[in-house]
Design a protein around this ligand. Structure first.
Ligand SMILES: Nc1ncnc2c1ncn2[C@@H]1O[C@H](COP(=O)(O)OP(=O)(O)OP(=O)(O)O)[C@@H](O)[C@H]1O
Ligand SMILES: [Mg+2]
Length: 279
């Protein structure tokens, strides 16, 4: 068996194992995305060790932990963004819609449509507000003007930006404020109707009012999809997330419901982190 077939087969085995493990539990719907023993190397540096996590539709998961512990590395595995980094190797299973996407055959273009990403610094295209939203759906074959107009409006409304920009859709997206640009980036992701949205410290460059707007937005877009957010802001994690995973030095040390993680941490490392014994 060649490597990719072996990986695909092991992905199927993990999916089956998950199904039988869950058969007796209360969980009705399968997770939209989960990882099993994911490891990441940047050349010789082992940045992520055997990480297994599960993401359900309708839930927001916060990834927390000190700087350099592997949060962004893990997040970037979920839509294979790490593949763009020279010398980066990912092993293990990343199961999306019941199949292992960590294979060389995976269609990255289609995958990133379903698993969208929003970065720390808002990165609108140097185009109009309208074009920022319409560009990717048009590339994916949506040509009809009325349908594109409708999608642009729906996505901007979904990202709580429509009222602020409806009269200047032809203006450059780069003239918007930082908070508006970040909501535009979220609208851009929403236009592709993703199942999963990955956000890497989306508020770190924003003022408190824009941060609040993004937090409210996250809650409103979580319906029917999984949201995964990396944050250094513990208050933010408690405000927005249902589940939290704590990373430390390349390991996912503890995960659980957000309330438990912050009120009754089980591991000493997490207790130390929450008590500010390391940052
Ligand atoms: N492109 C890269 N090339 C080489 N090493 C990298 C690369 N990106 C991250 N690393 C290393 O992998 C480890 C994890 O980094 P990562 O960026 O995932 O941490 P993080 O938890 O997101 O940190 P922060 O909170 O500072 O953003 C670090 O030791 C980092 O130096
Ligand atoms: Mg990071």
């Amino acid at each position: 068996m060649n490597d990719s077939k072996q990986t695909a087969a092991s992905g199927a085995a993990v999916a089956d194992a998950f199904a039988s493990e869950q058969a007796g539990s209360k969980l009705v719907e399968k997770p939209v995305l989960y990882t099993h023993n994911v490891n990441v190397w940047y050349n010789d540096h082992h940045a992520l060790d055997d990480t297994s996590l599960t993401f359900n539709k309708g839930e927001i998961t916060a990834l927390i932990g000190p700087s350099g512990c592997g949060k962004s590395t893990f997040l970037r595995c979920l839509n294979l963004m790490n593949r763009e980094i020279d010398g980066c190797q990912i092993t293990g299973d990343i199961i999306y819609r019941d199949h292992n996407i960590n294979t060389p055959e995976e269609d990255l273009y289609e995958l990133r449509r379903s698993i969208g990403m929003v970065f720390q610094q808002p990165n609108p295209f140097p185009k109009s507000i309208y074009e920022n939203i319409a560009f990717a759906p048009r590339c994916h074959g949506l040509r009809d003007k009325a349908s594109l107009d409708q999608l642009v409006e729906e996505s901007l409304r979904g990202a709580a930006l429509w009222d602020e920009v409806k009269d200047k859709l032809k203006k450059s997206a780069q003239d918007l404020s930082g908070g508006q640009q970040q909501r535009l980036c979220i609208a851009r992701a929403l236009a592709l109707k993703p199942d999963v949205i990955l956000l890497d410290e989306p508020c770190s460059a924003l003022d408190p009012i824009s941060t609040l707007a993004i937090e409210q937005l996250m809650t409103s877009i979580a319906d029917g999809r999984a949201i995964i957010i990396v944050t250094h802001n513990m208050e933010q994690a408690t405000r927005v997330s249902n589940r939290t995973a704590f990373f430390y030095m390349g390991e996912m040390v503890e995960t659980g419901e957000t309330e438990q993680i912050f009120n009754a941490p089980r591991t000493e490392k997490l207790q130390d982190y929450l008590n500010g014994r390391f940052s």
